[in-house]
Design a protein around this ligand. Structure first.
Ligand SMILES: Cc1cc2nc3c(=O)[nH]c(=O)nc-3n(C[C@H](O)[C@H](O)[C@H](O)COP(=O)(O)OP(=O)(O)OC[C@H]3O[C@@H](n4cnc5c(N)ncnc54)[C@H](O)[C@@H]3O)c2cc1C
Length: 604
């Protein structure tokens, strides 16, 4: 398939024919021609549109199983190519014909992205990826240019409320409870709240911090985002064009505060979520909040969303002598900014992202830093390597709306991401070979992931075990940050660490960059054993090919978990919001939602 032989019209015709044939096949309710339309190794990913699930189907029999009955129940129709079809390349599948399409179902408008490859012998095209994604509920469109709120705010009655009065009342929740309570005003909570607001859903976000954005403000002094601005825009409101490629943490924090304000999100800061119980008969939660004035407030929302970050609760290892340790001990989740560092000896335990970032920060603030590395790490340069993972966003910034780029990104299911990241991560390692060799020379243990698929699969599977180099690796390779590889702390004695190889180090500051407990434990702490067991493990790729229990329905009715990278939160919060809206409007019943709950299968 060379571009010289194929015109744009050919591409359009190929995509349109596929969509027409697919629709006819579904309408005929027979899937006998599926093998003509789908590559045997092809993927169909559905984001609510046809199944009310976030789910990936791989191979003919899974796709067939998923599509069975869809023609008569969800009744997808009017599949139309949107814009022009294009050419592309997809890893081992080679050259593709691809493009956006729109369609509708009984309840929703939807769109998707299709990638076709030519059949051997040139007879036709078969789909290697087919994404179907809900965009709107037909009877409940999002607020937007076409349907702005037309309330005329300048009333004639004396003392009538103006916009500010109404905002104050909406935020105060004096005489009502929200329909949705979101715990956590990080980007995940804010983005979901913005999406719900566009759907006219009454949502309150609570956060125990003083100000929106504090979660970023409190992180180490030197932190800038590790991925590029093109992938980090917020929904409905992109960052200004003049902003830098890598966002400093405080700039992002201030943006989040601004976003909450201009998006008119109802946020209560200095408010701690203490716990909640679910009343299945009345389908509502009773949530306990400690508010900013110290009082207790009970709220009865229909839906509860946990947006407390996907790292979970700090994991503090048992170390003999820790309680009596003479120096300062901080977990990487804590604040190191106000700790004296000049001339101090700091031991950073761990060799993941936080460990590297904190070690670098302490070094720059005059500390003598030693990093203790127990197990190997995937190290990747930010440029040129890690940037390859987000090149889709950079290439398309200013070319097409971020919503379109999110659709293109979502059209590659996680299992295919894994397959693509094998060769991609090896290419990264090749380009980073000088840095990696220098690290090996000082004894730093490296890996490329358990199945040689690099850092991104580590992120999707367990959010740890990698570092995108923003300088710490160079400091380690140059010996300016010292390394203790392959040992553990045997015990702490006074202000000394005694290692498993018998060596000793005076330590003023001990930083435990030792990771996090699984997020299911945070659910347990907040909602009890029964709910935690019902929901099951969170994050990691499940048997349904999706992130377990993230963004979609869980097995606990009316309970959702959102979080992760900024890109994921922006792209996937749309589906959480639509699911909640559909439930609130009675469009889907309990059975179809629980059938749509995230699979609890083992991590892939
Ligand atoms: C050092 C570091 C660098 C990162 N760099 C990037 C990057 O470059 N790009 C990227 O996309 N991602 C990055 N991430 C990952 C991710 O974007 C962040 O972890 C982000 O903060 C997650 O957002 P969130 O909304 O899911 O949760 P968080 O930002 O963790 O927000 C959770 C909020 O919940 C609140 N909360 C928790 N418990 C309660 C309670 N009981 N009651 C009330 N409030 C509560 C907290 O106060 C907090 O404000 C980074 C993460 C870290 C740690």
């Amino acid at each position: 398939m060379s571009s010289g032989e194929i015109t744009e019209e050919h591409l359009d015709r190929a995509a349109t024919k596929w969509l027409t044939d697919f629709e006819a096949m579904l309408a005929g309710n027979g899937l006998s021609t599926l093998a003509d339309l789908f590559h045997p190794d092809g993927y169909w990913r559905d984001l609510l549109a046809l199944t009310w699930k976030l789910k990936t189907f791989h191979g003919l029999s899974e796709v067939q199983g998923g599509l069975t009955g869809i023609g008569s129940t969800t009744h997808p129709r009017n599949l139309r190519l949107q814009g022009r079809a294009m050419t592309g390349v997809l890893g081992e599948f080679g050259p593709t014909v691809e493009g956006f399409f729109t369609f509708e179902t009984e309840l929703a408008s939807a769109r998707g992205y299709l990638r076709l490859v030519p059949e051997a012998g040139g007879a036709g095209f078969r789909a290697v990826t087919f994404l179907t994604a809900m965009t709107a509920l037909k009877n409940f469109p999002e607020r937007g240019r076409a349907n702005r709120d037309e309330t005329f705010m300048r009333a004639v009655e004396a003392g009538a409320d103006n916009w500010l009065d109404r905002r104050g009342a909406a935020r105060a929740y004096r005489d009502r409870d929200p329909e949705v309570l979101i715990i956590g005003a990080g980007q995940a909570g804010l983005m979901l709240a913005a999406r719900l607001r566009h759907l006219d859903v009454d949502a309150l976000v609570v956060d125990r911090d003083e100000r929106v954005g504090d979660v970023w403000r409190k992180r180490y002094h030197s932190l800038t985002l590790h991925n590029e601005i093109a992938s980090n825009h917020f929904p409905y409101l992109s960052f200004p064009d003049s902003w830098p490629v890598y966002l400093p943490k405080d700039k992002l924090a201030n943006w989040m505060e601004f976003y909450a304000d201009v998006m008119e999100l109802n946020v209560w800061t200095r408010t701690e979520f203490l716990g909640a119980t679910y009343d299945g008969a009345n389908r509502q939660w009773t949530a306990r909040l400690r508010t900013s004035d110290g009082s207790l407030r009970m709220m009865r929302p229909r839906h509860l969303v946990m947006a407390i970050g996907v790292s979970g609760l700090p994991n503090i290892p048992h170390i003999e002598g820790l309680d009596a340790f003479k120096g300062t001990v901080i977990h990487s989740s804590g604040r190191t900014d106000d700790v004296a560092t000049q001339g101090k000896s700091a031991l950073v335990v761990g060799a993941g992202t936080s460990a590297h970032d904190i070690a670098q920060d302490l070094y720059m603030r005059g500390a003598e830093v030693t990093m203790l590395q127990r197990s190997s790490t995937t190290v990747v340069s930010i440029v040129p390597s890690a940037a390859k993972a987000t090149q889709l966003f950079r290439r398309n910034e200013g070319v097409r709306p971020i919503e379109d780029v999110d659709i293109m990104g979502a059209s590659v299911p996680y299992d295919l991401v894994r397959r693509l990241h094998g060769p991609l991560s090896r290419q990264m390692a090749f380009e980073d070979r000088d840095l990696l060799d220098r690290l090996r020379k000082v004894g730093f243990a490296l890996d490329n992931g358990e199945d040689d698929t690099g850092f991104y699969m580590k992120l999707l599977r367990r959010l740890s075990g990698y570092y995108l180099n923003v300088g710490a690796s160079d400091l380690i390779a140059d010996g300016r940050i010292k390394l203790k590889p392959g040992v553990e702390i045997d015990r702490l004695e006074g202000a000394e660490a005694v290692f498993s190889d018998g060596s000793r180090l005076d330590v003023d500051l001990l930083v435990l960059a030792t990771g996090w407990k699984p997020l299911q434990e945070a659910v347990r702490a907040m909602l009890g054993d029964e709910v935690a067991e019902r929901v099951g493990p969170i994050w990691g790729i499940g048997a349904d090919g999706e992130l377990r229990n993230m963004f979609g329905a869980t097995r606990q009715e009316n309970f959702y978990v959102v979080g992760g990278t900024i890109t994921m939160c922006r792209s996937l919060s749309r589906y959480t919001a639509l699911l909640i809206k559909a439930r609130l409007e009675g469009l889907i019943d309990r059975a179809s939602v629980s059938k749509g709950a995230s699979d609890r299968g083992e991590v892939a």
